[in-house]
Design a protein around this ligand. Structure first.
Ligand code: ADP
Length: 452
């Protein structure tokens, strides 16, 4: 693939697009993951704060007697509370009701009166930070040192249903922020690394995707080269014959006839080749329209045996047929194509059988299947060649095939015809002993025997 610039460029383009699309998908996924983790932390933080705030709120409300007054019980509940007017009370040993100490040292509690003036403060809010009260349920704020806090504010009522003021519970969210920073950092480092891996994978995958296309491109190239080569031989022969005719000054009528015969023979070869190529290309494009009708295989075989009898006699080969069925076997197909299929096989069998050999065309039937075998006692085909003989222009022995006038397209056409009839064509062969080409066709309406 590397030698072909078009394929190399297409591979690069494919890999690039793949990497871009995968990169976008990964980035969106990474962003989504970050949002999800961050949201999960926010929800957990809010729940924690809400729980602490509501627990404190319920405990405090039951102990508040008068607005603006803090009963001593409050100091028991929050031992490290600092009352703004009278200075801070020294922290006491934590009691069971000290909710804040029990949960986390990061928390702070502030109590405000109805006009939003700070009355008392407890917990870990730095003394320097002066956040004016804002009557909002949830708030996220930043102090002078850049620390972020998240807080919840709830209104407090004294025992006689009079508004006492507000309770505010907050938390330093530095730990949450640093966790989210770590997530962000690992995504920022992880994404480029994933992109590098995606780029490598996409290069490899695009290579895999291009391979079958490249193979079929090479096949087409090979096919074109083979076709050109096959056409060049008869064309060169015609050219040489005509050139020699021009060089001879006084040609006799017999010599002119000879030249014309040679030109006609070579022209016939070109015509056959072009017809075969055209037929194969039509099969490839599925544009061949089969003239489907009921075809009697017994008749086709008998006709072909008659047709090739002279050829077999000339080749000193004994051509016979063995019909192993009592009734005629009919199949649905294109009789012209079926004639072509069996003639290719019979002609090959005669051509590749030495004088004194035998070619037997056997017709059998099993349930819904007609089986036709062309058996010969010819030269056979080596095992390693068996998988190639159906390839276009493939010849086992170039010299012998050329001598017989074969172009290496006969079996490729036979296989295309079989494929269009939804049948199968198989070969068994042994060098020096002969070959058996087996054609299986469906559709003889069950008048045959059961397969043994
Ligand atoms: P060709 O026109 O050269 O005969 P085919 O496609 O019909 O081309 O056959 C391909 C090759 O398969 C032949 O060149 C020949 O070597 C081999 N082959 C086909 N039929 C037989 C056979 N009956 N016995 C031996 N070799 C065969």
């Amino acid at each position: 693939m590397k030698q072909n610039q078009l394929f190399e460029r297409t591979r690069i383009r494919l890999a690039l697009w793949y990497a871009i699309v995968m990169g976008l998908i990964l980035t969106v996924c990474g962003f989504g993951l970050y949002i999800t983790v961050s949201h999960a932390h926010e929800v957990a933080l809010d729940r924690e704060l809400e729980f602490i705030a509501k627990t404190l709120h319920n405990n405090l409300e039951s102990k508040l007697n008068q607005p603006k007054q803090l009963s001593p019980v409050v100091k028991e509940l929050l031992p490290n509370i600092c009352i703004v007017e009278s200075g801070c009370i020294s922290p006491q040993v934590s009691s069971q009701t000290d909710v804040l100490n029990a949960i986390n040292q990061n928390y702070y509690v502030r109590l405000f009166n109805n006009s939003g003036d700070l009355i008392a403060i407890a917990g870990s809010l730095p003394k320097k930070s002066k956040f004016p009260f804002q009557n909002q349920l949830w708030q996220t704020i930043k102090d002078d040192a850049g620390n972020s806090y998240h807080q919840i504010s709830l209104s407090l009522q004294a025992k006689n249903n009079l508004n006492w003021g507000y309770l505010q519970v907050g938390r330093n969210i530095a730990d949450v922020n640093s966790y989210m920073d770590a997530v962000k950092l690992s995504l920022l480092i992880g994404l480029p690394m994933a992109m590098i891996m995606v780029a490598i994978a996409s290069w490899w995958l695009s290579g895999l995707a291009m391979r079958p296309i490249y193979q079929s491109y090479r096949q087409i190239q090979q096919f074109t080269a083979d076709a050109a080569h096959e056409l060049r031989t008869p064309l060169a022969a015609i050219q040489a014959t005509v050139d020699s005719a021009f060089l001879a000054p006084n040609l006799h009528a017999a010599e002119i006839w000879d030249i014309l015969r040679t030109i006609k023979r070579q022209n016939q070869r070109i015509t056959n080749l072009v017809t075969d190529l055209l037929m194969l290309s039509r099969f490839d494009r599925d544009s061949i329209s089969l003239q489907v009708e009921v075809c009697c295989l017994n008749d086709i075989i008998n006709d072909l045996i008659e047709e090739f009898a002279a050829m077999a006699i000339a080749a000193k080969v004994n051509l016979i047929s063995t019909i192993k069925v009592d009734k005629p076997i009919n199949i649905i197909g294109d009789s012209e194509q079926l004639y072509r299929l069996f003639s290719n096989l019979i002609v090959n069998a005669i051509q590749y059988t030495s004088p004194g050999g035998k070619v037997d065309v056997v017709l059998e039937s099993y349930e819904n299947e007609a089986v036709i075998q062309v058996r010969d006692t010819g030269i056979g085909i080596p095992n390693r060649e068996l998988s190639h003989i159906f390839d276009r222009f493939y010849r086992v022995n170039d010299d012998r095939s050329r001598h017989t006038g074969g172009s290496g397209l006969g079996l490729a056409i036979a296989q295309a015809i079989i494929k269009s009839h939804r049948g199968s064509l198989n070969v068994e062969s042994e060098v020096g002993k002969g070959s058996i080409f087996t054609v299986e066709l469906i559709g003889n309406r069950g008048d045959g025997e059961k397969r043994r």
